[in-house]
Every structure is written in C-alpha cells, then in structure tokens.
Design a protein around this ligand. Structure first.
Ligand code: GAR
Length: 196
C-alpha cells in the first residue's frame, strides 16, 4: 500500500549468507523502505531457515507455486528477493509478480550465467576462462534465466592462485552482501513511493 513499507519475501535454497546480509541491512537501516516479512526455502533443513528463525522472521518451505502465491498475497508481499534461490520459477509465477522479483547472481552478467550456472559453478567457469575481473549482478527476473534487466553490478578482482571457493568468498564479501541490500532498498523505495 502506498506510503507503507514494502513487504518483502526472501527466497533461498541453502546457507543464506545473502539473506543474513539483508536481515542485517534492515536492522542497520540500510533497508528502510521495506520489511522482510517472509523467508521461503526450496529446501527443507536449509540453514537459511535457522537464520530466519533467529531473527524472528516467518518462514515456509515451498511446496508448489500455487500454494506459495497464496501465502505471498496473504502476507502482503510486494517484492520478492531471490537470494541464492536455485530453482527456476515458472512463467506464470513470474507473470504474477512482473518486475517485482529481483535476483543476485555471482558474476558480471552476461558472463558466466544462464541455465546450470549457479553457485560455485559460476566461479569455476570464471577461473577456467581466465578472466581477471568478475563480480556480482542484481537483476529483475523474467522468463529468460539471468536475462532480466540489470539493476546493479559490482566488479571484483580475480587473483593468482584463486580457487573457486576463495573467489566465491571474495565475490560475496566485496560485492554480493553490499549490492543486494542496496538494490533491495532502491526497488522497495520505488514501490513504496508508487514510482514503480
Ligand atoms: C550466492 O553466491 C548467490 O549469488 C548464488 O548462490 C549463492 C548462495 O549463497 N546464486 C546463484 O548462483 C543464482 N544463479 P547464500 O545461500 O550463502 O546466499
């Protein structure tokens, strides 16, 4: 509703360090135009669910999209943030939240993205190619995997001797955990003000 904080759902599949960055950003006031009302996990037992519980945020494990859409509507969710959510959403689901779903991807799109390119695989591919700069991208979600309009990007150096794990950690610390909260605030603000 106009003037009220934007209701946010964060969707996750695993450890949830990006979820933690969002929770911390809301606590510190970096995210001030939206509130995280719900965490949705595609995986039962994901550590991200414990993070939600520790912060007193309601969480659900996703059964199917129809059930999820009902929950999202009943919680007044206006913005969905995919934070390490590794399932592909259907065109119907995306259509129900058109321009209201954003995703973080751990590379500079259009490099190292698309179907099957997620998590550690992204960094394996970047190292195999030999790029000297990688980074992270926040983008809107449309029907093309990692193909929606770009909201923000941040570059990160690749160093000699990097392993996929070392590079993943650097991209998270120097890009993802900063970029995702900032982009979430930007879009939440625009929704709150009715300019998106
Ligand atoms: C993050 O690096 C995120 O960018 C990536 O999965 C990781 C999840 O970590 N997402 C993708 O690759 C999506 N294509 P987290 O659970 O600790 O936030």
């Amino acid at each position: 509703m106009l003037g009220q904080k934007t209701g946010i759902a964060v969707m996750v599949s695993g450890g949830g360090t990006n979820l933690q960055a969002l929770i911390d950003a809301e606590k510190s006031g970096i995210i001030k135009s939206g509130e995280i009302r719900l965490v949705v996990s595609s995986t039962p037992g994901a550590y991200a669910l414990t993070r939600a519980e520790n912060s007193g945020i309601r969480s659900v494990v996703m059964k199917d999209e129809d059930q999820l859409l009902e929950i999202l509507k009943s919680e007044g969710i206006e913005l969905i943030v995919l934070a390490g959510f590794l399932k592909i959403l259907s065109p119907e689901f995306i259509g129900a939240y058109r321009d209201r779903i954003i995703n973080i991807h751990p590379s500079l799109i259009p490099s190292f993205c698309g179907k099957g390119c997620y998590g550690l695989h992204v960094h394996e591919k970047a190292l195999a190619y030999g790029v000297k700069v990688t980074g992270a991208t926040v983008h809107f979600v449309n029907e093309i995997t990692d193909g929606g309009r770009i909201i923000a990007q941040k570059a990160v150096e690749v160093c000699d001797g990097d392993t996929p794990e070392i590079l993943q950690k650097r991209v998270m610390e120097q890009a993802e955990w900063i970029l995702l909260p900032e982009a979430t605030e930007k879009i939440a603000y625009e929704i709150m003000k009715g300019i998106r």
